[in-house]
Design a protein around this ligand. Structure first.
Ligand SMILES: [Zn+2]
Length: 129
């Protein structure tokens, strides 16, 4: 009987591993070679980061959703705090900059967070090497 390490963790722990751009299974290995280049496998546990065709659609949805949540919070917060004298120029400028920049900055986090979410709900990958 082989001694296999248990990778079972709660959703929050796995999400935080994803946010830190770590392997969602072991939490130890770095998932990225550089800021944008994902490794093929985890250096520590060997978990394969490339799952299947179309796998990253979920990461794109997470990335878009995070940016939209940010924009909604910013927009509503600005409207409520400056009503009725809303400065539309600065609001548009901040909205354009953040909606262009946040998806780029959040890109690697969205990938690892998506992997963590997928691994949490489809734990079959926990036992692979
Ligand atoms: Zn790992």
């Amino acid at each position: 009987m082989s001694q296999r390490k248990s990778y079972s963790k709660g959703m929050f722990t796995m999400a935080m591993r994803g946010f830190r751009r770590r392997c969602p299974r072991c939490g130890q290995g770095k998932a990225f070679e550089s800021y944008f280049k994902l490794k093929e496998r985890c250096d520590v546990c060997g978990y394969n980061f490339y799952r299947e065709e179309g796998y990253w659609t979920g990461a794109m949805i997470m990335n878009i959703a995070a940016c939209e949540v940010w924009f909604f919070a910013f927009f509503v917060g600005t409207l409520l705090s400056t009503w009725p004298d809303i400065l539309w120029g600065p609001v548009m400028l901040v909205a354009l900059i953040t909606n262009g920049l946040l998806p780029v900055l959040f890109y690697p986090h969205s990938k690892t967070m998506w992997m963590a979410l997928d691994l949490h709900f489809h734990p079959a990958g926990r036992n692979e090497r």
